[in-house]
Design a protein around this ligand. Structure first.
Ligand SMILES: Cc1cc2nc3c(=O)[nH]c(=O)nc-3n(C[C@H](O)[C@H](O)[C@H](O)COP(=O)(O)OP(=O)(O)OC[C@H]3O[C@@H](n4cnc5c(N)ncnc54)[C@H](O)[C@@H]3O)c2cc1C
Length: 362
């Protein structure tokens, strides 16, 4: 019998898990509270298809990104585009690790890069600069792609309120399913690991087509990255993008929704000052357009861990998202959890047979 699976959340994780399970023959239903897919964090981020260069200080995240990038390219090559010049730069005063160590970490991870001049793209104060192959995600195209693929299995504008595990099935707002995937990044129900919610603010800028992507690493630095629109870029800053640390998702949403013009102007000032230190002609190249607001769910801990994990609670699978390139980790774990139920079922059938044989009186 085909398993019936409910997926809550139409971000990158929910869309990928739902389409992967449907492709394997499962009957799926994806619930998204908004009227379009990729409306929350998945549609409001820096749109970087990571390869691992961002995570010099976390091995697990780097490996997941390196492998996830290749799998993403195999499966969704049309949902990202290349960037003519994609630069990672290590400032010689402010980076937490030096250029030689950074290169060593990336080389030992098996990542390819090309070393270029420390003054490439008008940068100053750099210890070293490299050119990499990370790409930019195409969000509108991804929305349309998943919407078409999911078709009638999609319930947009439908918020899930109640999920109850009855042991042999799960009820989602009164309807029976075999399994449920909570892909809300801890918004429907808090994840079973220690996490906090971080409202975030990035800034959108307009600039000429094909300006380079520039990412300063490693530590409390900043980056300018292109978007799917060839004239629009995001500016992100490790110290200035977070808007606080919240215990609950509700508190984070409230903090995000309270952002006003005064705060945005203050952030513009701080972030432009920071980036101009390394890219002195930033203000003449880019014109501020507006803010981008979102919420990140992060694990508690001092490490730079952005890896993906899935936690099973009976028939409910809770996804702790990593980056977008790590969606494959989630789908594989969910499939193996479902398989483990079939194995258990087979064992139960076997033990019934055994009991039948042993109960025969001959
Ligand atoms: C500022 C910022 C920059 C980032 N930059 C990058 C980057 O450059 N590259 C990268 O790979 N990653 C980046 N990330 C991380 C990336 O955005 C996330 O890993 C990814 O979007 C998580 O996807 P998701 O599907 O788990 O969550 P989401 O996209 O948040 O999706 C969850 C969905 O669940 C829905 N939902 C919640 N509750 C309910 C309910 N009760 N019923 C129905 N629907 C519900 C929400 O509406 C939402 O659509 C960034 C994140 C932020 C915030």
């Amino acid at each position: 019998m085909t398993s019936k699976i409910a997926i809550i959340g139409g971000g990158w994780y929910g869309c990928h898990v739902a389409t992967s399970l449907a492709a394997l023959g499962f009957e799926v239903r994806l619930f998204e509270q908004h009227n379009r897919l990729l409306h929350e964090a998945s549609g409001n981020n820096q749109f970087r298809l990571h390869l691992g260069f961002h995570y010099a200080r976390h091995h697990g995240t780097r490996i997941q990104s390196r492998d996830g990038y290749s799998r993403f390219m195999e499966r969704y090559s049309g949902l990202s585009r290349e960037i003519a010049e994609n630069i990672y730069a290590v400032p010689h005063e402010d980076s937490l690790i030096d250029w030689q160590t950074y290169k060593l970490v990336m080389t030992s991870t098996g990542l390819n890069y090309r070393e270029v001049s420390p003054t490439a793209a008008g940068l100053t104060r750099m210890d070293g600069v490299m050119m990499v192959d990370e790409r930019v995600l195409l969000i509108e195209r991804s929305r349309n792609y998943f919407k078409a693929l999911l078709g009638d299995s999609l319930s947009l504008g439908t918020r899930v309120d109640s999920v109850m595990d009855h042991g042999t099935y799960v009820e989602v707002d009164g309807e029976k399913y075999d399994f449920v995937v909570d892909a809300t990044w801890g918004h429907h129900k808090k994840l079973p690991i220690k996490t906090f919610y971080e409202p975030t603010l990035l800034l959108y800028y307009e600039g000429d087509v094909n300006l380079p992507a520039i990412t300063m690493v490693d530590g409390p630095l900043c980056s300018v990255y292109p978007t799917e629109d060839p004239n629009i870029y995001t500016l992100s800053s490790v110290p200035h993008t977070p808007l606080g640390t919240c215990e609950t998702a509700q508190e984070a949403r409230q903090r995000r929704d309270e952002v006003n013009g005064e705060l945005v102007r203050a952030k513009v000032d701080l972030m432009e000052t920071q980036v101009s230190k390394y890219l002195p002609d930033f203000k003449s190249r880019y014109k501020f357009m507006g803010p981008q607001l979102a919420i990140k769910t992060k694990p508690v801990g001092a490490f730079d861990d952005r890896s993906c994990g899935v936690y099973r609670d009976g028939r409910i699978f809770n996804v702790m998202s990593g980056k977008i390139d790590t969606i494959f980790v989630a789908s594989e774990r969910i499939i193996s959890f479902i398989q483990s139920f079939s194995t258990q079922q087979a064992e139960d059938d076997f033990s019934t047979l055994k009991q039948n044989i042993l109960s025969l009186k001959v």
